[in-house]
Ligand binder design. Sequence first.
Ligand SMILES: NC(=O)c1ccc[n+]([C@@H]2O[C@H](COP(=O)([O-])OP(=O)(O)OC[C@H]3O[C@@H](n4cnc5c(N)ncnc54)[C@H](O)[C@@H]3O)[C@@H](O)[C@H]2O)c1
Length: 456
Amino acid sequence: MSRSPRRAAVVGLGSRATMWAEGLADGGRLVAFCDENRHRMRVQEQWLRESHPGLELTCWQPHELLDMIVREQVDTVVVCTPDHTHEAFVVQAVEAGCDVIVEKPLTITEDACRSIVEAQRRTGRSIRVAFNYRYNPVHEQVRDLIADGAIGEVGSVHFEWALDLHHGADYFRRWHRDKASSGGLLVHKSSHHFDLVSWWLGASPERVFAEGRLFYYGAAGAERGLDHGDLRERRDAGLKPFDLDLSASDRLRALYLEAEGEQGYRRDRNVFGPGITIEDDMAVLVRYDTGATMTYHLTAYSPWEGYRVTFNGSQGRLELEVEESAWAAPQAGAMAGTIAGAEPPTPRARLVHRPMWREPVEVAARPGVGAHGGGDARMMAELLQATDEADGRSATFVDGVRAAMTGIAANHSIATQLPVPVGAVLRELTGSATHTRGNPTPGPELVHARGGKERP
Ligand SMILES: NC(=O)c1ccc[n+]([C@@H]2O[C@H](COP(=O)([O-])OP(=O)(O)OC[C@H]3O[C@@H](n4cnc5c(N)ncnc54)[C@H](O)[C@@H]3O)[C@@H](O)[C@H]2O)c1
């Protein structure tokens, strides 16, 4: 049982934190900020004070986290730092008696999953993962249709997710480009998708096989002649495709360019430059404990942004196609700086039910308004106000472990070129019962996969 936050702190005051800080401040529940970058934290604080003039808020450094919790009587910590740092903050916060809301992915390694599970067991505190896609109305509709038996038992899922040249490229400029920081897109991004499939099917992954490579960005793109060099080092004027001019957006300039002095972190690295250790094209095959399989593909260099997911069932087929809009623009111009704080256009969704032996029916997709198909607003309302997580929708740490471990296993499979029997690890970690059908093929033990070291 989670408590409704009354005195909350946000750790990590970058782009994503804005939504949490505003939501908590609106409800008068925000008491503290914590970030290693004082400049960025101050900028977020100033912005928030403009919209919430009476706000009382203190700012802290990461090593002061426990002091902050005690002195500010914090009951809930919202973790919005880069993915590889989540574990430390989640564990410290629950050990100090707080509940936690953590941005996805829960974490990026098997060791870190284990440490979070152990801390939760020791403390009994609530750890919820902000899987906002669960709150997209059309995703709930899919879950309801499957649960109501519209297509019978699900035999397989075919899931393709395409990130376009705006959104996809942005992962190759930021800390996400380093696998040791983000776990790669199979953990950082796909954990959303793996969580959705587990949630839609009521299933847990049993075995994972994956292939992946850096196909478009990095050296490969440079060899194709796409690389115009680093914008900051180039002598010729004018923006080229894939350049991000941080100075062209008030928001990006204040949050990132003017904050570089402290840690030297650059948010605008050349997407074709050196140092990228993540993949941009990934194929995954998952077998679930229900017996269902999933073929999954993520590409980060598409001219179109959206996803298609098809469920093949014993009594029919369900097809969902959603066109999403990029809201991270590479160049100065109309869309620059819309990475946070702006309303992206509403995605277009098409949901088709094809029963066996009957005419297909286009089902009116439940509309969602705002970021992530309306998921963000609904998630905030629920996570910040609900007192009970047993609503079947908010994601617990077990869901977080399941989604993260699917991606971690996929990374391990890419590195070893072998299938990974992740079900055994998940049973050990989460203690959840499974209902496996058939005989799992023996595979390698899932070792403690660590970021960039595991790439071949
Ligand atoms: N659910 C979603 O749709 C969604 C969307 C965007 C980001 N996210 C998640 O939110 C988190 C933050 O992403 P972002 O885009 O805001 O990143 P960001 O780089 O904009 O912000 C990260 C912040 O954390 C701070 N930080 C870094 N290391 C720290 C440390 N050790 N201690 C304290 N502070 C530290 C940085 O200074 C920065 O202010 C990530 O986990 C990301 O996966 C989720």
